[in-house]
Design a protein around this ligand. Structure first.
Ligand code: NI
Length: 139
C-alpha cells in the first residue's frame, strides 16, 4: 500500500524568460511580458509530494518535519527573494520557466530523500498556471 504525503511551500522570485540565440523582437513575441529585460516577479507556490509505503514503526511515509526543513534549506534559502537568472547558478544557462524550475527543484531534493520514496514537484507560477514533474522521462 502506497500513500502520498504533500508539503506546501512558498517563495517569491524574479526572472526573465529569454533565449540568447534569438532577437529581442522574437523573445518579446514568444515570452511576452515574461521577457521584460528589467525582470519581474512571481509568487511561486510549491508542493512536494512524497509517495511510498507507510513505515510500520512510525506510521509515516516520511517525517514531515524533515521534509519541511529540507525544502527550507535546499529550495527556499536558494530561491526566495532572489533573481533566478542572476543569483541561482542552475539558471545561468537555463531559461527559468516553471517547467525548468520544477526539474531543478526535483534534482536538488532527490539526493536527500530515501531512494524507496518517489517524489513529484508541483509548481504554481500563477494561480492558474502550474506544472508537475515526477522525475520520469515521459510524463
Ligand atoms: Ni514570468
Amino acid at each position: 500500500m502506497k500513500v502520498t504525503v504533500h508539503r506546501k511551500a512558498h517563495f517569491n522570485a524574479a526572472h526573465r524568460l529569454y533565449n540568447g540565440e534569438w532577437s529581442d523582437a522574437r523573445n518579446a513575441q514568444v515570452f511576452g511580458k515574461c521577457s521584460n529585460p528589467h525582470y519581474h516577479g512571481h509568487n511561486y507556490d510549491l508542493i512536494v509530494a512524497v509517495t511510498g509505503e507507510i513505515n510500520p514503526e512510525t506510521g509515516f511515509v516520511m517525517d514531515m518535519k524533515v521534509l519541511k526543513k529540507l525544502i527550507e534549506k535546499e529550495i527556499l534559502e536558494e530561491f526566495d527573494h532572489k533573481n533566478l537568472n542572476l543569483e541561482v547558478s542552475e539558471f545561468k544557462n537555463l531559461n527559468p520557466t516553471a517547467e525548468n524550475i520544477s526539474v531543478v527543484i526535483w534534482n536538488k531534493l532527490r539526493p536527500y530523500i530515501d531512494k524507496e520514496l518517489e517524489i513529484a514537484i508541483t509548481l504554481y507560477e500563477t494561480e492558474r498556471n502550474y506544472v508537475i514533474y515526477n522525475g520520469n522521462e515521459s510524463a
